[in-house]
Design a binder for this molecule. Structure first.
Ligand SMILES: [Zn+2]
Ligand SMILES: [Zn+2]
Length: 199
């Protein structure tokens, strides 16, 4: 399979890989990069002066990324160091935070790269990825694609998902208990991601 993908760049390969999972390919790529960037800060970034200045200027993370941070491995000491700094800045009369949170900034950059990669993906590769995997795009990312074949293919994926949701609902009746397994079984979760992104 990988030989057939020769000639694609790293972002395109990553998007194809994401399409093999029942997730929004852009959200999962972008949030994965944000999570890795936070892991990097946790591992060896908390004593980096420019990073500390950047976090202070931005007022730390947003609520969503603090939640991600909390569930990383071993955050107590790094959190204490960073928050002592941020709390001190606040108590000393901080200015209003500027711009997106540091992890949201990673997400924004990564989303742009993933969307460009998708738009430029040759049709045969996109078709093959959609045929072999359940990947999709959330509505926010679908809407940010220009009209064209790529957008059309992801709309068709949503039509398929709608049929799967109907099938999931139909087979919830006890008379159809034997038909509950199948590609429609996780339709509810994929639909949640269509509306909610990386959930
Ligand atoms: Zn998305
Ligand atoms: Zn954020």
């Amino acid at each position: 399979m990988w030989a057939a993908l020769r000639g694609l760049n790293g972002d395109q390969l990553a998007v194809i890989e994401a399409l093999s999972e029942p997730v929004c390919a852009v959200c999962s790529r972008a949030e994965g990069e944000a999570r890795r960037s936070l892991e990097g800060v946790l591992r060896d970034g908390v004593n980096d002066v420019s990073l500390r200045n950047d976090w202070r200027r931005r007022g730390g993370l947003c609520a969503r990324h603090w939640r991600v941070w909390r569930h990383l491995e071993s955050p107590p000491l790094s959190t204490a160091i960073l928050l002592e700094d941020l709390l001190g800045t606040y108590l000393e009369g901080a200015t209003v935070p500027a711009g997106p949170c540091p992890a949201c900034a990673v997400v924004e950059r990564s989303e742009k790269r993933a969307l460009t990669a998708l738009r430029r993906l040759p049709a045969k590769h996109l078709d093959a990825a959609l045929e072999s995997g359940p990947g999709l795009l959330c509505l926010r990312h679908l809407e940010s694609l220009p009209d064209g074949e790529v957008r059309q293919r992801f709309r068709e994926r949503l039509e398929e998902l709608r049929a799967h949701l109907r099938e999931q609902i139909r087979t919830s009746d006890h008379r159809f208990v034997n038909e509950r397994k199948g590609p429609h079984a996780d339709a509810w979760l994929r639909a949640l991601r269509v509306f909610g992104g990386d959930v």
